[in-house]
Design a protein around this ligand. Structure first.
Ligand code: P1T
Length: 388
């Protein structure tokens, strides 16, 4: 792929395979080399081929950053050692006294970042349900400097209206950050809907094979990009070239994987909804989901995550998680293998119990990451685990 302009003409599946990458000029290798060198020779002090030191920039990382930026329709991409490192770097664009509006349902680690790391640094966060976008406008304060949301949210799969919240952010001249980890750019492109920046845990669908931890920030806002680029180098929470390579390789099949995840998740959500041991299924693709209509407009597919409430609470939910065998009981999501987990005990344990109760993260709630195994095997596994 020669230029950014040419890249803009390519469809998503083509970008996922080629953006930011060309055959190696020395050998013709079609896969991006893993450049492990920590430093780069300079012809004269300050005269170099674009790389000085691998924390500041690395060829393998640059290829990944270009590919992710192309997929999200951004002009700038930055990658990090984890999704949490990406989020932490982004909130370091704020200053003491600033206020953040954050969606009420976010990954437990993101809640913890705002609640336990940023609050003592005098950055206050208000968590609110953004399903009614007018609540966002009402909650704005003169010192509000950032709006942050996940959609679909983790783990309740709420859908927030990106375009509406983006216009509220724009009126206040503050950035809207969308964590696009659950949808991926294959199913939702927040920047096209007016968001200022996208963050990702590349650990999940983007890598897709549960063998690398990473994160990313994508934006077309020049001032924000300049600051994030500075902070990426100054804070230094950068990914290794090997992890960049793994995510770059995983990205090549992102489109094919996401289409398959969506088909299987839709099928299983419908079957679970009719299962007597299940009290409620939350999946944006079901017409029973309150955000179904908005998700149909805002996304091109409903994702691979299903949340279900097991009838009877903690014990039946625990038994289900113990009995599953094709689904592994494990944190994380977005890999080729199916995973099931219990947010109240596992991924969202850092959210205080009263807040979990208010949100509806009950003890019977389990979260499924539907993988790429045969869907009938997945159904047999779920059905057997739900039998008493
Ligand atoms: O784990 P890490 O790469 O640091 O990413 C953090 C993160 C950020 N945003 C979202 C939406 C996430 O789901 C995560 C990580 N989530 C899990 C590990 C999980 O099981 O939900």
């Amino acid at each position: 792929m020669e230029t950014e302009n040419e890249q803009q003409r390519w469809a998503m599946d083509t970008l996922a395979i080629h953006a930011g990458q060309e055959p190696d000029p020395h050998s013709g290798a079609v896969m991006m080399p893993i450049v492990l060198s920590s430093t780069f020779a300079q012809e004269s002090p300050g005269q170099h081929k674009g790389f000085e030191y691998s924390r500041s920039g690395n060829p393998t990382r640059q290829a990944l950053e270009c590919c992710l930026a192309a997929l999200e329709g951004a002009s700038h991409g930055f990658t990090f050692a984890s999704g949490s490192a990406a989020s932490t770097t982004l909130v370091h664009t704020l200053s003491p006294g600033d206020h953040v509006l954050c969606g009420d349902d976010v990954y437990g680690g993101t809640f913890r970042l705002f609640d336990k790391v940023m609050a003592p640094m005098k950055i206050e966060t208000t968590f609110l349900d953004m399903q009614d976008a007018s609540r966002v406008a009402d909650a704005m304060r003169p010192e509000t400097r950032m709006i942050w949301m996940e959609t679909p949210t983790n783990p309740l799969l709420k859908i927030f209206d990106i375009a509406r919240v983006a216009s509220i952010a724009k009126d206040a001249s503050i950035p809207l950050v969308v964590d696009n980890t659950f949808a991926t750019p294959m199913l939702q492109r927040p920047l096209d809907l007016g968001a200022t920046a996208v963050v990702h845990s590349t650990t999940k669908y983007l890598n897709g094979h549960s063998d690398a931890v990473g994160g990313a920030i994508l934006t077309s806002d020049e001032a924000l990009a300049e600051r994030v680029g500075f902070l990426q180098n100054a804070i230094g929470a950068v990914p290794s070239p090997f992890d960049c390579y793994l995510v770059l390789r995983g990205l090549k099949t992102l489109g094919a994987r996401m289409r398959n995840h969506v088909v299987s998740a839709t099928d299983l959500a419908k079957r679970l909804e009719a299962h007597p041991a299940i009290e409620r299924v939350i999946y944006p693709g079901l017409s029973s989901h309150p955000g179904h209509e908005l998700a149909s407009r805002q996304m091109t597919g409903f994702g691979g995550m299903i949340t279900a409430i097991v009838r009877g609470g903690l014990e039946p939910a625990r038994q289900m998680l113990e009995k599953l065998s094709v689904f592994y009981c494990a944190e994380s999501l977005g890999g080729v293998e199916s995973l099931a987990e219990h947010p109240a005990i596992m991924t969202h344990a850092s959210v205080p119990p009263e807040q979990r109760a208010a949100l509806g993260i009950s003890d019977g709630l389990v979260r499924l990451s539907v993988g790429l195994e045969d869907v009938e095997d997945l159904w047999r596994d779920l059905d057997a685990a739900l039998a008493n």
